[in-house]
Each structure stands twice: as C-alpha cells, then as structure tokens.
Design a protein around this ligand. Sequence first.
Ligand code: MG
Length: 343
Amino acid sequence: MYLRTLQEEQELSMLAPYALKNADSKGRVHPEKQDEYRLDFARDRDRILHTKAFRRLKGKTQVFVAHYGDHYRSRLTHSLEVAQVARTIARVLRLNEDIVEAVALAHDLGHTPFGHAGQDILDKKMKQVGLCFEHNAQSRRILETLEPKNLCIETLQCLCKHPTRSEKKEYNLSEQNYAEGQVVDIADFIAYTCHDVQDSVASGILSSRDFSYLPSNLLDTLIRDIASQGYRILEPYTNAEEIRTRSKGIFCFSESITPVIKQLKKDFQEKLYSHPLVEEQRIRGEKIISEIFDFLSAYPKHLPESFEPTQAKEIRIRDFIAGMTDSFAEEFWNTHVQKLTCS
Ligand code: MG
C-alpha cells in the first residue's frame, strides 16, 4: 500500500485546500478493498472508460450525424474534448484531475441516439406515461444500476449537473456541486461551443465570415478566462464542502467575453440549430425514436432480457432506447417497425 499512501500525500501537498482529496473521500457506495497502486478517483475514471456505454458514445450524434462526414464530433470525441478542457482548468486551479476526468468521461453516457432531438422525444414519450427522461440522470443510472461500477460517493455527486430537489436528497447535495463537478459543467459548455463553430463551418451551414467577431483562438481564450475568474473566486475557500454552500456557481465568463458568448448563442440558435439540414436530422431522429417507443410498448417481447425484468415496461423501454447508438436505432427501426408498417 506504500504507492497509495505516497500518492495520497502528494495530493495533500499539491492540491488546493478546496479540492477533493482521496484521503478525505466518503468512500464507495458499497465498501470494497482499496487498490494497491491506484487512488479511488483514478480507479473510478478507469471503470467508466471501460464501460460498454462509453464505447457506444462513438455511434451517437452530437449535433451533426456522424456518417455525414468523418470529421464531425460524435458524443465520444466530444466527451474526450470535455475531459481535456476540464483537466486543463482543474490543473490550473489545483483541483483533483482524476475525479474531473472521470466525471467528464461519464457526463454524456446517458445520451440517446440522434442528439438532443432523441432526448426531447424520449422525455415527451415518458411524460405520457407519467415518467420522464433526462440524460444526466440516465448517466448515473447506467453507472449505478445498468452497468454498476460502485463508484465513490463524490464521483456520483459530481455527476449531478443541476441537482433537482430529489437529487439533492438522494445524493446529499446542498445548493452547489463540488468545484470539480462545476469544472466539468463549464468545460462541457466550452467544448461544444468551440466544436460547434468548427463543425458548422465544416458542414458549409455557416462560414468563417459569420464568426469574424470571435477571438482567433476561441478555445484558449475561453479556458484562460474561466481559469482566471475561477481562481479569484476559489482562493478564499479552505475546504471542498464550503464550495457546496455557495448560493451561486463558481464559473462565469468575464465582462469582456460575455457579449461574445451571447452573440454566439444567438447565432447558433438562429442559423445552426434551426437550419434545414439540422432540422431534417432532428425530425428523422424524433420519428425513429417515437415509433420504436410505440412498437416496444405494443410488443415488449422485443426488449432484451437483460434489462432488469422486474422493472416497469416503460423504464425498460427507456433504458433500451437511451442506450442505442444512431445506427442500432436505425437498424432496429428498419427491421422491426418499418417491416410491421409495410406488411
Ligand atoms: Mg456534453
């Protein structure tokens, strides 16, 4: 256990007072023997990286359907970019990089196929039967129930992006998340903002002239801005728990960057997300998921056996659909739903 102790001591001497530390961890949901050479948050990261749900991210749409071109982001490359941005900010602020990386890799595990269109239609369908769907809650459901990984309590708490009242109770959360959880949240925003600029230009929907008001290196500018703003706010805090008692989140952009972000959000909304090409993908994704949902409701025998047979049918359908990649959903729809309609 010498290697573990050494790493714990390194954390205590190198990380900021407000950072999460393995030595202070509340432990795992179910106690288990500690690893000889890896600290628990690093082990959580490894467990997440080796899930089937993580591998499926490569087949899930971010904004642009991946098969339209090899260079568009998928949920997998998006998650890796979030991890890179989050680790950079965490290192500058002397936060715990291992838990930040674990949470970044896990943050989109619960996403449906076909991007946000998939989430919206699945939520609408679930609401019709008195339930709901939210990708963040689904990410935790994967790691707690569908592919249980017995993660550390802090890792699960950091995965609660915007804690609802029931999550606050279930995960013992106060107003805010730990600084490490908040880093992933802002890194997610930075990553998708920057890659949506690139992907929208690559697709030809927008041109670099549309973004002439942006700084030349947007990614670097946003990371630098957030890190310096964050440092100023975090400096007085003396432990990780104090961060959670703040009434407001830590990270916000400076006054010089905020107007740029506002303009960018407006442009994305007006020119990218509502563009006929993106809209066409959205409508198709919604149709496929909606029809698969109705098909499985009528013929639940097509649900895989391994999905918690004791659970309500609607929850089994939700888990099955949310786990699909775009191509699996297309194939299932063609093989079962389309065949039924055509017969
Ligand atoms: Mg994301």
